[in-house]
Design a protein around this ligand. Structure first.
Ligand SMILES: NC(=O)c1ccc[n+]([C@@H]2O[C@H](COP(=O)([O-])OP(=O)(O)OC[C@H]3O[C@@H](n4cnc5c(N)ncnc54)[C@H](OP(=O)(O)O)[C@@H]3O)[C@@H](O)[C@H]2O)c1
Length: 299
């Protein structure tokens, strides 16, 4: 692919948790480390030491010019300005392939590189990274990594992800925001829902450690059921049974004792009712009563 013999190897711009881990495990898979640039020289030097190859650069455009594969692994807010800076200094050309690793942003923010003829894409590892430690297992192995971008970037992205022993998931560029929202709902909002459950148990008189011990088998069992049967069939409890009396009792107590959870309980209940309606065993006669009970009072 690279016709320019002087451009070879990969460059990391932003030598933090993801940048250094990526560099180490790409190098282990045979990709040639060529250049490291960071905000501070120390971080670029650390990356080079961890990888045991490449060279430290102070000018990101010079580093990018010397490489055919460029990863911008700065914090999200710095990706586009760094890309624009490198593009303005003629750091990219038609032989460059430029990736960032943000989950929240798409490759559209690399448009200044694309205008210079570069292929652009994003590779998002669904992983929580810690700083690289020698002898630590690869944080890429076995995880899923989403890929989007131009055809050439997607093709190369597939090869990179596969060689990192991760599993590629290709998504359309304009789906990146919803993809990231899904990850936030699945992970962060799961924490919010469990926190609410622990708070309700706390109000019921249980110590926080004990409360989690009590809930954990229920949480783990639910996750296993979703994995085995899908979210519709995994649903149990009063909404799918159409048990209006129990829901009414919950709401009376929550409204009285924990009113800040009143709206959350009702809103989650409305979405649970939508799932319940997909089940052949849902008693339809209970539907209007549940709709009424689960109306948010401030609406
Ligand atoms: N952390 C995760 O779990 C995770 C997971 C998936 C995706 N990501 C994505 O990976 C990317 C990097 O995240 P991270 O967690 O590795 O961040 P990080 O640990 O904060 O590292 C970012 C690095 O970028 C460098 N930097 C900041 N501004 C720069 C600039 N203008 N030019 C060059 N280098 C600059 C910093 O340099 P100095 O050290 O020199 O100050 C820092 O080392 C982000 O897009 C993030 O969304 C992160």
């Amino acid at each position: 692919m690279n016709t320019n013999k002087t451009k070879n190897g990969f460059c990391i711009i932003g030598c933090g948790r993801v940048g250094i881990n990526l560099a180490v495990f790409l190098a282990q898979q045979g990709y040639r480390p060529a250049a490291f640039v960071s905000k501070t020289l120390e971080s670029a030097q650390k990356a080079m030491d961890c990888v045991r190859g490449g060279a430290v650069f102070t000018d990101p455009a010079q580093a990018a010019r010397d490489c055919n594969l460029i990863f911008i692994t700065t914090p999200d807010v710095r990706i586009e300005p760094v890309c624009d800076q490198v593009a303005a200094a003629e750091g990219f050309d038609a032989n460059s392939v430029v990736f960032h690793l943000s989950g929240a942003l798409s490759s559209v923010i690399l448009s200044s590189a694309r205008k210079k003829g570069a292929a652009t894409g994003s590779l998002h590892p669904l992983q929580s990274f810690v700083p690289y430690a020698p002898d630590a297992a690869s944080p890429f192995e076995g995880i899923h990594m989403s890929i989007e971008g131009t055809d050439r970037a997607r093709n190369l992205g597939q090869q990179i992800v596969t060689r990192l022993k991760a599993r590629p998931v290709t998504i359309p560029t304009d789906a990146k925001t919803l993809y990231h929202a899904a990850a936030v709902v699945a992970s962060n909002y799961l924490v919010t829902v469990e926190h609410a459950a622990l708070t309700l148990l706390g109000r019921a008189g249980l110590e926080p450690d004990r409360a989690f011990d009590i809930l954990e088998p229920l949480i783990q069992g639910t996750l296993r059921n979703i994995a085995a049967r899908g979210s519709v069939d995994a649903l149990t409890g009063p909404v799918v049974r159409g048990d209006e009396a129990i829901i009414a009792r919950h709401l009376t107590d929550i409204d009285k004792k924990m009113p800040r959870y009143s709206d959350l309980y009702r809103l989650l209940g409305q979405h649970t009712l939508e799932i319940a309606r997909k089940r052949p065993d849902f008693p339809e006669a209970a539907d209007p009563g549940l709709v009424d009970l689960l109306k948010i009072k401030s609406d």
